[in-house]
Design a protein around this ligand. Structure first.
Ligand SMILES: *[C@@H]1O[C@H](CO)[C@@H](O)[C@H](O)[C@H]1NC(C)=O
Ligand SMILES: *[C@@H]1O[C@H](CO)[C@@H](O)[C@H](O)[C@H]1NC(C)=O
Length: 357
């Protein structure tokens, strides 16, 4: 799970990194949650979503829609992954894992994360494929050693069996390090104007009451690769500072804040403090001086209007993370059949990514 969180939240600051990620979650015993949910993310932006309960297949970005209209074989691949391959395999995996771990009836979640990262500057490509089960790592492919890794003693026999299937590993490797990166490059190329755009935020200083923390709040920035901090006499402050998360706005931009405890700052020292926002892709930092006249107090919070819209988005992202945190791992019955050789128009994501146990 650590690796997963790393992949989700680590953003390179100097190089330009792009990523294509697929999340598939299968659950059992969750009454109001679809049995299988899939999501595709480009540069950590959700571009596609599907679920088996409503048979919904949604593309979230206009440029992705037009891209897929021009690349119908890829659209076909995603649809097949959503509605044919993944649902059957993932549901079977849960059944198999319940047996393996001697579990009955309760709630279980199986998660598959696959994809690649591509560094536009160095050309370096990293592929990844990992499975989680009930919030713990179950199995991951180590592309360096071309073996499977599992922290679960119960899964060692599965790992050994998967390790022996060199053809399948090679097949997955091709998908993760050739096919996906190719798609990613095309997608980024196509969506460049959307993905690489930058939006400068408006920054305000907010304080509820004179004894509250002073919040430096930036909203309306893009992309979500940003750092925000307080500095005094040009030095970044660690103490008396609380960093907030980057949160999405309804319009595709982001907001964040960093709070400073100014209780011990004397009025004559205020001028030595400033709030700094460093936004990826923007050369000059956005600097806001601590100025009493600029502080907005209770009732003027600029976020109020957007909160109603932000909440569902945050909830959605939270669900993804929740799924990730509860989910991780894989498997099932061994089929004797050999897999077909890799081919460019292979639509069987599952049979490639999910070696059967
Ligand atoms: C599963 O349950 C069976 C019978 O209850 C028991 O013999 C076996 O050791 C259990 N296996 C595991 C992995 O707990
Ligand atoms: C600010 O710091 C002071 C002294 O360290 C502390 O007593 C106070 O509770 C802090 N204020 C907030 C809002 O955390």
């Amino acid at each position: 799970m650590k690796l997963f969180l790393f992949l989700l939240f680590c953003h390179g600051s100097s190089s330009v990194k792009h990523s294509l990620k697929f999340f598939f979650t299968a659950s059992s015993g969750l009454p109001n949650f679809p049995e299988v949910v899939g999501a595709a993310l480009v540069d950590d932006i959700v571009v596609g979503y599907c679920d088996t309960d409503t048979q919904r297949f949604e593309l979230k970005q206009e440029w992705v829609k037009t891209y897929l209209e021009k690349n119908p074989e890829q659209l076909q691949w995603y649809r097949a992954a959503c509605f044919q391959n993944q649902p059957n395999l993932l549901k079977a995996r849960i059944r198999g894992l319940k047996q393996r771990f001697n579990q009955t009836g309760d709630v279980h979640i199986f998660l598959e994360i696959s994809g690649c990262e591509w560094d536009e500057t160095t050309g370096e490509v990293i592929g990844f494929l990992q499975f989680g089960y009930d919030g713990e790592d179950f199995m991951a492919l180590d592309l360096k050693t071309k073996t499977w890794i599992t922290p679960k003693s119960q899964a060692v026999s599965v790992k050994l069996r998967w390790d022996a299937d060199k053809g399948r590993i090679k097949h997955i490797e091709n998908l993760l390090t050739q096919v996906f990166p190719e798609w990613l490059k095309n997608l980024v190329d196509y969506g460049k104007s959307s993905l690489l755009k930058t939006e400068r935020p408006s920054v305000s200083l907010l304080q509820k009451t004179p004894s509250s923390l002073l919040s430096c709040h930036a909203t309306g920035f893009y992309p979500d690769r940003a750092e925000m901090f307080w500095r005094k006499d040009g030095e970044e402050l660690d103490e008396d500072v609380e960093h907030g998360e980057i949160l999405p706005n309804h319009d595709g931009t982001f907001q964040m804040s960093v709070d400073l405890n100014i209780s011990s700052v004397t009025p004559e020292d205020w001028g030595r403090y400033e709030c700094v926002l460093h936004l990826s892709g923007v050369k000059e930092d956005i600097v806001t001086k601590l100025d009493k006249a600029e502080i907005r107090t209770n009732g003027e919070k600029p976020t109020d209007r957007t909160v109603l819209i932000i909440v569902p988005l945050v909830v959605f992202i939270f669900i993804l993370i929740f799924i990730a945190v509860i989910g991780f791992m894989a498997h099932k019955k061994k089929k004797a059949t050999r897999r077909p050789p890799p081919s460019d128009n292979d639509t069987e994501l599952s049979t490639q990514l999910n070696p059967e146990t």
